[in-house]
Design a protein around this ligand. Structure first.
Ligand SMILES: Nc1ncnc2c1ncn2[C@@H]1O[C@H](COP(=O)(O)OP(=O)(O)OP(=O)(O)O)[C@@H](O)[C@H]1O
Ligand SMILES: [Mg+2]
Length: 222
C-alpha cells in the first residue's frame, strides 16, 4: 500500500544544505499499524511529510496504493491527499477563523463527496467520539491544546482515509486520553483496514504496533 524507495530530503538553507532524510526504503502493507521512532531531529516529520504528499522529496519515489504520488500534477495530488490520506500534524494546525466543527467538516466539503449536511453530521459524530461534543461551536483559540489535538484527529478521519499519518498525535495528552485515541486508531485499523503510521516517542505505544521502524540521523536502523 505504501512504499518508499530511496526517499531523501535535503533542505537548502542560508547556512548550507541540511540532509534530513537519506535514501530510505520502506514498505507498509495495507492494513498494517506501523510506528516510527527516533530521537528529536532524526528526520521523522520530514519523512512523514513526503509520504503524506506535503513536502516534495529531493530524491526517490513514494507510492501510495500503487500511485507514484510525486509524479502527479498538483491538483491530482491535492485530490489524492484529500481522499486517501489523513494527516495529524505534530504542531497546531486548525484554522483559527473557523469553529472547531467547521475545521473538521472542511476536508469533506472541499472533497465534495458528502453534502454539507452529511459532512457536518459526520464531523459532529467524530468530535463526540473524541470527547468534544460540548465544544463544536468553539474557536480553536478557545479550547485546550489537547482538545485542539483531538479536533485535528477528527479532521484527519473525516474523509475515511485509507492511510492515516499521525506525527506524535498524543504527545500533549494525558495518559488516559492517549489510550483512548490509540484505541480509536486501532479500531479503525482493524475494522476499516485503515493503514496507520504513527510517529511516537512513547515506546509503550510503539510496542503495540505491528511493525516498528527506527530512524536515526535520517536513515533507517536495521
Ligand atoms: N524547513 C527546514 N529547513 C531546514 N532544516 C530543517 C527543516 N525542517 C527540518 N529541518 C532539519 O531536518 C532534520 C530533521 O528534522 P525533522 O523535523 O524531520 O525531525 P524529527 O525527527 O521530526 O524531530 P522531532 O522529534 O523533534 O519532531 C533536523 O536536523 C532539522 O533541523
Ligand atoms: Mg517531528
Amino acid at each position: 500500500m505504501l512504499s518508499c524507495s530511496n526517499v531523501g530530503k535535503t533542505y537548502a538553507t542560508e547556512r548550507g544544505d541540511i540532509v534530513a532524510v537519506r535514501g530510505i526504503d520502506l514498505e507498509v502493507p495495507s492494513g498494517q499499524f506501523a510506528a516510527i521512532v527516533g530521537r528529536s531531529g532524526s528526520g521523522k516529520s520530514s519523512l512523514m511529510a513526503m509520504i503524506g504528499g506535503l513536502s516534495r522529496p529531493s530524491q526517490g519515489v513514494v507510492r501510495v496504493e500503487g500511485a507514484d504520488i510525486w509524479a502527479l500534477p498538483d491538483d491530482a495530488l491535492a485530490q489524492f491527499r484529500n481522499r486517501k490520506i489523513g494527516f495529524v500534524f505534530q504542531f497546531a494546525s486548525l484554522l483559527p477563523a473557523l469553529r472547531v466543527i467547521d475545521n473538521v467538516a472542511l476536508p469533506a466539503l472541499l472533497g465534495r463527496r458528502l453534502d454539507a449536511g452529511a459532512a457536518y453530521t459526520r464531523a459532529a459524530r467524530l468530535l463526540a467520539r473524541l470527547g468534544l461534543a460540548e465544544r463544536l461551536d468553539a474557536y480553536p483559540a478557545e479550547i485546550s491544546a489537547g482538545q485542539q489535538r483531538r479536533a485535528v484527529i477528527a479532521r484527519a478521519l473525516i474523509n475515511a482515509p485509507s492511510l492515516l499519518l499521525a506525527d506524535e498525535p498524543t504527545s500533549d495528552l494525558d495518559e488516559r486520553t492517549e489510550m483512548e485515541i490509540m484505541d480509536e486508531f486501532r479500531t479503525l485499523n482493524r475494522d476499516h483496514a485503515m493503514t496507520v503510521i504513527i510517529v511516537t516517542h512513547n515506546l509503550r505505544l510503539a510496542e503495540q504496533a505491528d511493525r516498528v521502524f527506527h530512524i536515526a540521523n535520517g536513515g533507517l536502523v536495521k
